[in-house]
Ligand binder design. Structure first.
Ligand SMILES: [Zn+2]
Length: 321
């Protein structure tokens, strides 16, 4: 149990996007998430230096999930510590830290399924793999209920919050109930304007658990996400705003589920859309204008997720008619 802990949000910028890493001050200091390959030297080290902190003194590198914009900088930070920092990742996503090829496997089973041009696929794969500094054998693969002791009375508890990705976890600062949820909470979506939800059933359950059971007093997110009006909001949320942000995330999920369900029930267009594949009519209704040829592509990951969740029951209903 602890009364106060200093947390430094570190904005890691790449292209038009940014991802947050968080430094947790403790006898054994931790960095939660690490941006992409270049972030270790370009953003993490200089931001810590501004606060008089040496990146070399980091003792823990904690990763919330295996997406490249969160684990890509881990190798750079780890190298800076003389490979002394302990590296922690959810058990279900450790393969993504160990082996770059696993990122390609996931890409091909998600958005890559809908990208038919091999040249664009190749471009995406090159981007994904070059965003990772290097592969690491993790020291610890965590599951729900595990704890990480950062020395003194500072402990982070691990809860599994899958849905955005299959193995995402949140780290909860014991005693203060601050939740480092990163991308487990997506609000109304990030840069692309649509939440990235790989598995909506799990996502709904995880966000509900945060809202009803964990009830964090602060929420540290992985990106600046959009509010209901489409405005980009802060990635660090506290007070009454925490429950509002969690509820907004559930509201957006319900809205997307209803929308996709209606389109699937009516039948998707017979012809593939040039950019949006089978989901052209949905993109049109929501006014989605993102270009799936540029990564990251929330659109296909999320549409694939709702399609997989809903299509079985819709086909069953049809069979009954
Ligand atoms: Zn992510």
């Amino acid at each position: 149990m602890t009364n106060s802990v200093s947390v430094i949000p570190i904005e890691c910028k790449f292209g038009p996007i940014s991802a947050f890493a968080y430094y947790v001050d403790a006898p054994e200091p931790a960095i939660i998430d690490t941006g992409v390959n270049v972030s270790a030297l370009k953003d993490i080290e200089p931001t810590l230096a501004e606060h008089g902190i040496r990146i070399e003194d980091t003792r823990w590198i904690l990763l919330t999930h295996g997406h490249v914009d969160h684990l890509g900088g881990a190798y750079g930070v780890w190298e800076k510590t003389g490979r002394q920092a302990k590296v922690v990742i959810p058990k279900k996503e450790a393969r993504l830290l160990r082996d770059k090829n696993e990122q390609i496997v996931d890409y091909k089973s998600l958005q890559g399924k809908y990208i038919t041009d091999p040249a664009i696929q190749e471009k995406h794969i090159t981007m994904l793999t070059s965003d990772i500094g290097g592969t690491i054998e993790p020291n610890l693969e965590v599951v729900d209920g595990d704890s990480i002791h950062l020395g003194g009375d500072i402990t982070l508890k691990v809860i599994e919050t899958p849905g955005h990705s299959i193995g995402s976890v949140s780290f909860i600062l014991d005693g203060l109930d601050w939740a480092f949820a990163a991308d487990a909470v997506q609000m109304y979506g990030g840069f692309s304007g649509l939440p990235t939800i790989e598995n909506p059933t799990l996502y709904r359950k995880s966000v509900s658990r945060l809202l009803e059971e964990i009830r964090p007093t602060r929420l540290f997110l992985g990106h600046p996400f959009r509010g209901i009006n489409g405005d980009i909001q802060s990635a660090q949320i506290e007070g009454e705003q925490v429950a509002a942000v969690l509820q907004a995330s559930l509201d957006m999920d319900a809205k997307l589920r209803d929308l996709v369900k209606r389109h699937l029930t009516n039948g998707l267009p017979a012809e593939l859309h040039e950019l949006y594949g089978p989901f052209g009519s949905i993109a049109e209704e929501i006014g989605y204008t993102g270009d799936p040829r540029n990564l990251p592509c929330a659109f296909f990951v999320t549409m694939n997720g709702y399609h997989e969740e809903l299509i079985g029951s819709i086909l069953n209903e049809r069979r009954k008619i």
